[in-house]
Structures are given as C-alpha cells and as structure tokens.
Ligand binder design. Structure first.
Ligand code: SAM
Length: 268
C-alpha cells in the first residue's frame, strides 16, 4: 500500500464487487457525469484523461463506453495503488485508446497542465495526504480541463454505519468524506459545482451479504469489530427477504473555463 493510501482494496475486492453489483451508485454517477464530458470533449485533437483511483476499471469501462471518445484522440493515464486492480483496469480500458496507456501506483509530481479530463470516482476517501494530492490534480488540469469527482458525506447511510463501528473500537472514522474534500477545495480557493446524488443499495438479506458490505466498509478493521452490532445495523432496512437502503453522495465538477474556451480542447 502506498503512503498516500489509507485502505488496501486487495483483500476486499470481492466485497467491493458485491457492493458494485447491488447498488445503483455507478449508474447514477455515469448519468450525471456524461453531459459535462460530452460538452468538454468536442473538437478534434488529443484528449488526455487521468483516471485517478481506477480500481478494476469496471466503472471507467462504462464511462468510456458512454463517452464515445474516438480511440485515436484518447490518451489514457491510470493511477491505482492496488496492483491486481491496475492490471485488470489496463486490460479493460486499453481497447478504448489507440495509444498505450500510462500506469502509476501513485500520482507522480510534475504533471502540470497535462490532463483535459480527470476522473476520481469514489477515491478521495482513501487519499491520506488530501490537500497535497488534490493540489497536484488541480495543477495537472489544462487551462480548459474538467475534473469530475464523486464522494459521499456524513449523511450517507454507509458512512454512518462505518462511523458507528469505529466508535465500537474507540476510533474516529479514519477516511475522508465529502465534507473534507469540499473543505480542501475551499482551502485551495477552487471554484466548483456540487451536485447531490441519490442511489439504492439492495440485496438478498443473508448474514454473509450483510457482512460483505461491512467488510468493504471496514477494510483491515473488519476483524476487530463485534459481528452482531454490525449485523444489526441492517435490520431496519429488511423488507420481504431483502435489504434496501436508499442513500446518496456528492459529485463535484471543476471546469477550468466556460463553453467558449471548451472548443480549444484538442486543438492545443
Ligand atoms: C471505491 S474504489 C473506486 C474505484 C473506481 N474509481 C470506481 O469508481 O469503481 C476506490 C479506489 O481508490 C483506490 N485508492 C485508494 N487510495 C488511493 C490513492 N491514494 N490514490 C489513488 N487511488 C487510491 C483504491 O485502491 C480503489 O481502487
């Protein structure tokens, strides 16, 4: 695990996949991102895209399929600290570009004004040096660049579940939330738009399924938490043999310049 990463996804890959397969979070994020992407990628020259914290590439594969960026224009860079994920993402995403993708376990310095499009979909929870890494991403945007990020805040039901479980082992919630991300943007004097997102997590009610979600949420700390209180968190959401949780998160959109300048993307 890199120094800037507070959660190792290696051991919880199956648990995160279970969350992905049983929630509408990704579908909602994709729908909301697309209008920004389509506006900003008009033109004809190269589009340099950074997928920061790409995970397995499952989300970005859908993102790129919907964005329909011409492969000869797309130059992909992937950042992912979990090596298995990075290999998988490269395999999934390389077909969208005619050029070899760049891959890094962590964002290197010295990428000033490099990317037209940066995606950080549900990543910043786990970025330890938030101000430093966010500043690096903001500097990496071109003068007409677009930065899309999703992250949940303290109102999110799953973050509330995790926060409660951490109190059981006398720990504060160790990851970042949308509130922290927004405060970091404010500290950096960044102009952004914020959009409230809504999604549903629904799965067959079984002990193993409840625990899969908790293993994804608690990561390395899962074994320290007593099982029964974790299980009980889901009981208010049990309905006819299913768990159904409606909750939400935030999307942040940073557009370096307005429509007039957009057309320059790809011509520089
Ligand atoms: C919840 S997953 C999201 C994956 C993907 N973006 C998606 O939307 O499905 C969070 C990802 O962030 C990665 N991550 C954690 N710390 C990171 C860091 N400091 N820099 C970049 N990625 C990081 C994790 O390894 C994991 O793949």
């Amino acid at each position: 695990m890199s120094m800037t990463c507070s959660k190792d996804f290696g051991p919880i890959r199956d648990d995160y996949l279970f969350f992905e397969e049983h929630s509408t979070e990704a579908a909602e994020d994709l729908l909301a991102y697309m209008p920004h992407v389509h506006v900003r990628t008009a033109g004809s020259g190269p589009i340099h895209m950074l997928d920061f914290g790409c995970g397995s590439g499952r989300f970005s594969r859908q993102f790129l399929a919907l964005a329909r960026l011409p492969p000869e224009r797309l130059r992909l860079s992937l950042v992912e600290p979990e090596p298995g994920y990075l290999r998988q993402a490269l395999k999934q995403l390389q077909p969208f570009s005619a050029h070899p993708a760049q891959t890094w376990p962590a964002l290197p310095p010295g990428l000033e004004a490099r990317f037209d499009l940066v995606l950080a979909n549900h990543v910043f929870y786990y970025v330890s040096r938030l101000d430093e890494v966010l500043a690096r991403i903001l500097r990496a945007l071109t003068p007409t660049g677009l930065f899309l990020a999703a992250i949940a805040g303290q109102k999110n039901r799953l973050i509330q579940f995790a926060t409660y479980c951490f109190t059981l082992i006398n720990m504060p919630y160790p990851y970042h939330t949308a509130e922290d991300f927004e405060a970091s943007l404010d500290r950096q004097g960044e102009v952004y738009r914020k959009q409230a997102m809504h999604y549903e997590l629904a799965f067959p009610d079984a002990e193993e399924n409840r625990l899969k979600i908790m293993r994804f949420l608690m990561g390395d700390y899962f074994d320290e938490i007593p099982r029964q209180p974790m299980m009980d968190l889901f009981s208010p959401y049990a309905r006819a043999g299913r768990i159904v949780i409606k909750t939400g998160h935030e999307q942040f959109v940073i557009q370096r310049q307005t429509m007039g300048a957009v057309q320059k993307i790809g011509h520089t």
